[in-house]
Design a protein around this ligand. Structure first.
Ligand code: SF4
Length: 161
């Protein structure tokens, strides 16, 4: 079953997506991951997190689904995740706009991105989700290809050392 995180990873790195989906979880104590955990705990304290049918939303209001990220390092992956949430809700008859808030740790500021999807875009994304499911049913992940993002990835040693 797809989740927002799986869709995010598919956009970020297909190999990471496959490894994560197949439960090859490696403990990552990098600074980024620690910051992510702290943010997650803070969000839970806010008690605004909403969980339904396999998706966890940081915040749901009458107008927006809000997703909060610790950085805008991979904006397209974060937006793909938010699109997935919008579409899951849309399928349940809950039409909302997306709101992505990225905290920028060095600048101590926040950037906000508003997302809306047309019927045509929703159709295209649903086709893409079917392709992701097919990709995940493969017996092995794609071979690793070294990219700048790899140095910060929890799977770096697994992929390259
Ligand atoms: S180390 Fe690079 S290739 Fe390997 S899973 Fe991470 S991002 Fe993908």
């Amino acid at each position: 079953m797809l989740t927002g995180t799986v869709v995010n990873y598919y956009t970020h790195c297909k190999r990471q997506c496959w490894l994560f989906y197949h439960k090859l979880n490696l403990e990552d104590n990098s600074e980024d991951v620690r910051i992510g955990r702290v943010l997650h705990d803070l969000k839970r304290q806010d008690k605004e997190e909403v969980a339904l049918d396999g998706i966890k939303l940081d915040k749901l209001t009458a107008e927006y689904v809000t997703e909060i990220k610790k950085s805008d390092a991979d904006l397209s992956a974060a937006l793909a995740q938010l699109e997935y949430y919008l579409i899951v809700l849309y399928e349940k008859g809950i039409a909302r706009k997306g709101r992505l808030e990225c905290l920028e740790k060095k600048k101590q500021s926040k950037s906000t991105h508003i997302l809306t999807l047309t019927e045509e875009e929703i159709k295209k994304r649903k086709e893409q989700y079917r392709r992701i499911e097919e990709f995940l049913s493969a017996d092995a992940p794609p071979v690793p290809v070294l990219k700048p993002i790899c140095k910060k990835c929890a799977y770096y040693e697994y992929c390259f050392i």
